[in-house]
Write a protein that binds this ligand. Structure first.
Ligand SMILES: [Zn+2]
Length: 733
């Protein structure tokens, strides 16, 4: 494939190389450095459809020396930020003459002091004037004046309409006009010295020929329409001139018939007039970006009257002209993950983003742009001839002469095929720069995309800290997210037993402290979240006391005279020692011991009843107390029966059983049985009575058992029953 980007300055650079090799700039007059101040102008040369040539030239418009061609090597141009950034800016240029008064080899170039970069935005009416000029030796008038006037129409496909649609109605060509034809003072060849078109002479002569009939002052740009071929190209850029008393750098184009006979070419040239550069396809052949009026207009549709039609320019160019606001374009910085809906760039239908700018390593001069392009059925849609509905990605380096290059995966130099059109399920990946763009789904007029710019997902979070702590003392814990490169900021939500949630934002490590006032198991959960997801971890900690916490144990019940052992045990087991145990119990003398984590005492009670035992465990930090209640019972010792020893048949005889001692624990259950048959059960105190009768004479045994909670005693009694002798009635007296 032939290199199609030709720089017509190559011969001059070759001459310069010879000069530079000599290493001495003071040989001859031509080598003395000069400093000039002026407006930096980029001229773009656009070849015809068949030639497809692309040229670029740089000039400085100065007051002292008119327009000087600048020869700048690529390295210098790149180091100062590229030509696009400085287009139409007031610059200080240092260099040596290669061709005195005409061509300067640039040694350095800076913005003129106190001249900030002027706004690049193009807003409101941008009236252009077309001046039709005929070479003196060529009589043809390829199109009539009406054609040129119509070209600016506010109706489709006029240029006013075209730029209104491109600029979302922010800029227009209202007030534009056309004048001519005027005859130039010279033949065509005069304007082509050495075969290269002399823009400045042609511009001066053409505007001078028109000057008696045209007031230039309302116009910001001039399209010079010639009646024959120029050199290779149609040209767009600027020209410094004083016209009708207005001295400025006029936006200017120079057009051969094939230029103005294709309105897309004039759209392209007026784009240059606004300061827009070319964009490129992936093979960088020139005019090979199917998605940009500032590149491949020839593949776009055509109109029977107006020829090739321009499509919209790309989002980067619309941003340059400030037709897209910062909130319409998502700037994606390094270390972020975003899912957004992109709306189509032309004739948008929603408030969604019209573009995204993915900064490569956060550089402001090197990034990718995303935009959605959609050909529609709308007859006035300038994108209606585009090859498909897709996300289009450009690689932008602002210091390049053509900053934007289309990403085309298949590398086949056809930017109108599927390789350059990203659709759902497809992913753009730039591994070295950590960038991926996934096309998730389509909407009616756009696409949902997920943009990962060096975003590193969290794999997990881990809480580090002790598993035991002391109540009343701060417990430090640290959450650590892995991997250490995970994208920050990370939001940590800490939830811990007894505390409201705490939220922190930080890096991959987040410390926290808790202080609990109560012992027990505490659960701490941390949830770490960033744009990529959520991870969590839970940690358990046993909170214990530094003060001994005492628990008292002993027998469930007891009886008088029995030895009772009570044990006091403290937790935690690693509590600060020694521990002083102070024992107090009802009816007992106080006891004090100094011991370890447990202590024991023995008590014997002589009296029954409820005994209260208290122990206090104390170390140098504090004390706790526990209490124990013990029931001490008195077993019955003996049982005594009282009653008669003799009785009669059918007589009633009452017997009383008495338990000794009288302090025996009540209640007492008495079980009375007579002759081992009759059984009566009473519950009573230390005394109980029962009454019996007998029908049969003879000896009878009464048995009693008396039982309380801790013992049983028994006793028996013998009564002898006699038959009662009834005397005759008479004998009763
Ligand atoms: Zn061009």
């Amino acid at each position: 494939m032939l290199p199609r980007r030709l720089f017509f300055v190559f011969n001059i650079i070759a001459v310069l190389s010879l000069l530079v090799q000599g290493g001495d700039y003071h040989i001859g007059r031509a080598s003395s450095p000069f400093i000039y101040e002026g407006i930096f102008i980029t001229l773009w040369g656009d070849g015809s459809e068949s030639a497809g040539e692309e040229k670029i030239a740089y000039y400085l418009s100065t007051n002292q020396n008119g327009t000087i061609q600048l020869i700048i090597d690529d390295e210098l141009l790149t180091s100062m930020g590229g030509p696009v950034t400085h287009n139409r800016q007031e610059m200080l240029v240092t260099g040596v003459w290669l061709n005195e008064g005409k061509t300067l080899q640039v040694q350095s170039m800076t913005l003129a002091e106190g001249k900030p970069v002027s706004p690049q935005g193009i807003f409101g009416p941008q009236p252009w004037v077309s001046i039709l000029c005929k070479f003196s030796d060529i009589p043809a008038e390829p199109n009539d004046l009406e054609y040129f006037q119509e070209m600016y129409s506010s109706s489709y496909p006029g240029l006013d309409h075209f730029w209104r649609q491109n600029s979302y109605d922010l800029a227009n060509l209202e007030g534009s006009g056309a004048f001519g034809w005027y005859v130039l003072p010279h033949e065509r060849a005069y304007y082509l010295p050495g075969g290269n078109f002399d823009w400045w002479t042609a511009a001066a002569d053409c505007t001078a020929a028109a000057d008696p009939y045209v007031d230039f002052t309302p116009y910001i740009g001039i399209n010079l329409m010639f009646n024959d071929l120029l050199d290779c190209c149609a040209w767009g850029g600027g020209w410094y001139a004083c016209l009708d008393g207005l001295c400025q750098t006029w936006r200017m184009t120079w057009e051969p018939p094939w230029g103005y006979q294709n309105i897309g070419v004039i759209a392209h040239e007026t784009g240059h007039g606004f300061g827009l550069p070319h964009s490129l396809g992936n093979c960088q052949q020139g005019y090979d970006n199917r998605w940009d009026v500032l590149s491949d207009v020839w593949s776009n549709g055509s109109d029977p009257i107006w020829g090739t039609m321009g499509q919209h320019t790309i989002s980067y160019h619309k941003e340059m002209l400030e037709w897209l606001t910062p909130h319409q374009v998502l700037t994606v910085s390094t270390g972020t993950l975003n899912t957004i809906t992109l709306e189509r760039l032309a004739l948008p239908h929603s408030e969604n983003y019209l573009g995204a700018r993915i900064l490569i390593n956060d550089l402001s001069n090197n990034f990718y742009t995303l935009e959605v392009r959609q050909p529609t059925e709308n007859p006035i849609d300038y994108d209606k001839w585009l090859p498909g509905f897709a996300v289009i990605i450009h690689d932008i380096e602002t210091s390049r002469p053509e900053p934007a290059i289309v990403i085309d995966r298949d590398g086949n130099c056809n930017t109108g095929d599927a390789g350059a059109m990203y659709t759902p399920g497809e992913v753009f990946t730039d591994i070295p720069n950590g960038i991926t763009v996934s096309i998730d789904s389509a909407t009616e007029t756009g696409y949902v995309v997920t943009i990962n710019n060096r975003f590193i997902f969290m794999e997990g979070v881990d809480i580090a800290g002790a598993t035991q702590g002391y109540i009343g003392e701060s417990v430090p814990l640290t959450a650590t997210v892995g991997p250490v490169e995970a994208t920050t900021p990370i939001t940590y939500t800490w939830e811990a037993t007894g505390f409201p949630p705490a939220v922190h934002e930080g890096t991959t490590v987040d410390p926290i402290e808790f202080t609990w006032e109560e012992a027990g198991t505490k659960a701490i959960t941390v949830t770490a979240s960033n744009e990529g997801g959520v991870v969590s971890d839970t940690h358990l900690i046993e909170m214990v006391s530094k003060v001994p916490i005492v628990t008292l144990s002993g027998p469930a019940e007891s009886r008088v005279g029995v030895v009772n052992v009570f044990t006091a045990t403290v937790v935690p087991t690693d509590v600060v020692q020694p521990i002083t145990y102070t024992w107090q119990a009802s009816g007992q003398m106080p006891i004090t011991h100094t011991a370890g984590i447990s202590d024991a005492v023995s008590y014997v009670w002589d009296d029954p009843g409820t005994q209260v035992i208290t122990v206090t465990a104390m170390n140098i930090l504090g004390s706790t107390t526990d209490q124990y209640t013990l029931l001490v019972f008195m077993p019955p010792d003996s049982l005594e029966i009282t009653g008669l020893e003799f009785g009669e048949v059918r007589g009633s005889y009452t017997f009383t059983a008495t338990v000794n001692p009288i302090t025996s624990t009540v209640p007492i259950t008495y079980a009375w049985s007579v002759d081992e048959q009759l059984a009566i059960t009473h519950t009573n105190g230390v005394l109980d009575s029962a009454t019996f009768q007998w029908d049969s004479p003879g000896p009878h045994t009464i048995s009693v058992s008396a039982t309380n909670q801790v013992g049983t005693v028994v006793a028996t009694w013998l009564i002898t029953i006699y038959i009662k002798v009834y005397l005759p009635i008479g004998m009763r007296n």
